[in-house]
Write a protein of this length. Structure first.
Length: 348
């Protein structure tokens, strides 16, 4: 296995490719990673192997530092070989590695959730623990453009609204997550690894059609790409449009909520009639969603938000509407009152 080349030793096209990844993170995602201390999630697959190489090259250039984290889910006989591959790669590149094995199947049974969800929870828990233990600033994830297109389709199938339909975020500041490869196609990453002379591991479970994600990947997305060879470009444009709209509406919602009285913990929240009357429907719906989410766990569904706005426009005073997480909205002459339901009082 070859060692890590210097950026200047790469063919010009691929040196520009690496620099472009850094520019995308800094400019479009708003978070440069090359001068930072980062934990790179590395499974040994093509995407994460490419991310490890690119981030190592850029951090070497800009003074940052990376380490890798690998989780063996214990679900496949060959998973231990993936762990060995990642360990050998990190040893060759002189990158510190934290590698663990967990019984994800047992975790899924214990929590009553699917294997995919259990694996995701276990991975993110490990990554955050490594980040904290090492004092790292960021966790780098290897989601790329094909993953983004799949995520958009899955969100559409689940009935997500806008701008969530644009797909996963590139930078989650609250969880210190960054996805520098998000607008890079999978084929480009594989080409980069071939140029660098690096192999990668293939997870056979990614080809099993028992999971919805794999069916989207191997059946639905290829059909769309045959119908429109530029489908991945369209997915990237959709993501960019969603992020711009999200930024705009976040500012609008924050400006509206800033004028509302600051509620104390456990108190009802009043959305005054005047503020709602002056707001367009697109803003009202986002205000409802933001306030309901501020009351605690439980995601308000789009249909319920549309129904609430319909009741508001009909001036249906006295009506109440329930939302997930034991929340409700009550229409009064003063506006819409949102609160958490006290189940003990309800039950007498």
């Amino acid at each position: 296995m070859p060692t890590l080349p210097r950026l200047q030793d790469l063919p010009p096209k691929w040196a520009r490719f690496c620099l472009g990844i850094g520019s995308f993170a800094a400019q479009e995602l708003g978070r440069a990673f090359s001068p930072a201390t980062c934990v790179v999630a590395c499974s040994g697959g093509a995407d994460s192997t490419a991310l490890l190489l690119v981030s190592a090259l850029l951090c070497r250039k800009d003074g940052g530092r990376i380490m890798a984290a690998h989780l063996d889910h214990g679900l496949r006989e060959e998973s231990s070989q993936d762990a060995v591959f990642v360990a050998e790669l990190c040893d060759l590149l002189h990158i510190q590695l934290v590698s663990e094995r967990q019984d994800v199947g047992a975790l899924a049974r214990q929590r009553g959730i699917g294997l995919e969800e259990a694996g995701r929870l276990a991975r993110y828990a490990l990554l955050e623990r490594v980040r904290q233990d090492t004092g790292s600033e960021l966790i780098l994830l290897a989601h790329q453009l094909n993953d983004l297109a799949e995520d958009q389709l899955l969100r559409l199938m689940r009935g997500a609204g806008w701008p969530a339909l644009g797909g996963m975020v590139g930078h989650d500041a609250s969880r210190r997550l960054l996805r520098p490869l998000l607008l890079t196609p999978r084929t480009t990453l594989e080409d980069f690894l071939r140029i660098c002379g690096h192999r990668w591991r293939v997870d056979a479970s990614n080809f099993e059609l028992a999971t919805t994600r794999n069916r989207v990947r191997h059946e639905l997305l290829p059909v769309l790409m045959r119908e429109n060879p530029s489908y991945l470009d369209a997915a990237a444009r959709l993501w960019r449009q969603a992020r711009m709209d999200e930024s705009h509406w976040d500012v609008e919602v924050a400006a509206t909520l800033a004028h509302l009285p600051e509620p104390k913990a456990g108190q009802d929240i009043l959305l005054p009639a005047r503020a709602l009357a002056d707001a367009p429907a697109a803003l009202r719906l986002r205000i409802y969603k933001a306030v309901l989410e501020s009351l605690g766990a439980g995601q308000p569904l789009s249909d319920s938000l549309f129904r609430l706005d319909e009741l508001w426009r009909q001036n249906a005073l006295g009506k109440t509407l329930r939302f997930p997480g034991d929340k409700e909205a009550w229409l009064s002459s003063r506006g819409i009152v949102m609160r958490v339901i006290d189940r003990k009082k309800e039950c007498g």
